[in-house]
Design a protein around this ligand. Structure first.
Ligand SMILES: [Ca+2]
Length: 376
């Protein structure tokens, strides 16, 4: 279009000039018509030439206009072609982009599927590991994804007992003050010949303990053990108090709120004092509360001359204790100190381990030197 304009303007100028000049020249010719024929003829020939130029200019200008129109049309066509070409290129790019996005989505979906597959096959408990094993796995540390875990980065290590009561037990609590140098919850860490977790100093009856959350979510069975020592004049189930309070001189294991009793470890006096002994002692003490029933161990202390200290030669609830154990009063299916309970239903509630006594710590106290709680 630029070339059309460049050529078009001089042509228009020349045509205008010719149109303006011609009448003046014609008028001039008439004025001098009286002059010689020669002059007249010459003027006529000039006039004709000018007419011819004017006509030619008109033709050229017309052609130029047509050229300009054609050029203009060509430019329009070119623009359209360019537009189409650009549009086509954009379409191609868009298609490539869409294809690339689809590939990305496919890859992400594959990763997600892989992750879901890994997660669904990843053990959630020691029971999963036991059931998924092609040979009996040994007890020890295993990786599981705990309840609420959403990715393999949530993996935790848990101790599994693969032997007792069918195996597949996930440990949720381990108390070992000698090894750990501390005690869980609000138990008191006490170094008294051996390291113990005990009640905090108190002038009256009390319980101190800790709650342990299950990492496997729902469970319906609890297994474990407690061993320890006693101090001063413990007297087993003498107190006759509700489950939520210090109903025993010993260790209470419960779950949930309101508490469901799981197992009790009681310790008596010498085993020869009525009311102060274990329910099945030679001289029977008070019977266990109804909420405890036969789900307990009770150890008679036995030797009066050791009654005023935490004694490290009289290990409570361990199978080596010299004193009388619950005897026929217990329903344990495992050898002491281990217990095993089937709960009334499934639960996700924490298991509570409490050290209790119904008198002040200057009168009586109980210490745990080791304990473990498993769920399944
Ligand atoms: Ca007591």
């Amino acid at each position: 279009m630029d070339s059309g304009r460049a050529g078009g303007l001089p042509l228009v100028f020349l045509a205008a000039y010719a149109v303006l000049l011609t009448p003046w020249l014609v008028t001039g010719a008439e004025k001098v018509s009286a002059r010689t024929d020669f002059e007249s003829t010459k003027l006529k020939s000039i006039d004709a030439a000018l007419h011819a130029i004017s006509a030619r200019l008109q033709v050229v200008e017309s052609q130029s206009e047509q050229s300009a129109i054609r050029a203009s049309q060509a430019i329009v066509d070119l623009a359209r072609l360019m537009e189409q070409s650009l549009s086509s290129k954009l379409d191609e790019q868009e298609q490539r982009l869409q294809s690339s996005i689809q590939q990305e989505i496919y890859q992400v979906q594959r990763q997600l599927h892989k992750l879901e597959s890994q997660l669904s096959s990843y053990p959630r408990s020691c029971k999963d590991i036991l059931e998924g094993a092609s040979y009996p796995p040994p007890s020890g540390l295993y990786d599981i994804i705990p309840e609420g875990g959403a990715s393999p980065t949530d993996v935790i290590k848990v101790h599994c007992d693969m032997e007792r009561s069918g195996g597949g037990w996930t440990r949720i609590a381990y108390i070992n003050p000698s090894q750990q140098g501390q005690c869980p919850g609000n138990m008191r860490y006490q170094n008294h010949r051996t390291n113990l977790c005990t009640r905090q100093a108190n002038s009256s009856g009390s319980c101190n303990g800790a709650s342990f959350q299950s990492p496997i979510g729902e469970y319906s069975e609890v297994m474990g053990f407690v061993t320890g020592y006693r101090d001063h004049s413990t007297n087993a189930f003498f107190a006759r108090l509700p489950l939520e309070t210090f109903y025993v001189d010993g260790v209470s294991i419960t779950q949930g709120t309101p508490m469901e009793h799981i197992w009790t470890y009681a310790v008596s006096d010498t085993g020869a004092t009525p009311l102060y002994s274990c329910p099945c002692s030679r001289v029977p003490g008070r019977q266990s509360p109804a909420f405890v029933g036969s789900h307990y161990y009770c150890t008679d202390y036995g030797r009066a001359w050791q009654r005023w200290t935490f004694s490290d030669d009289h290990h409570l609830w361990s199978n080596t204790a010299r004193s009388v154990v619950g005897g026929s009063c217990t329903d344990s299916t495992l050898p002491m100190p281990w217990f095993h309970r089937q709960l009334t239903g499934n639960t996700t509630a924490p298991v509570q381990v409490r050290i209790c006594a119904d008198s002040g710590t200057s009168d009586e106290n109980v210490g745990i030197d080791e304990a473990a709680i498993f769920v399944r």
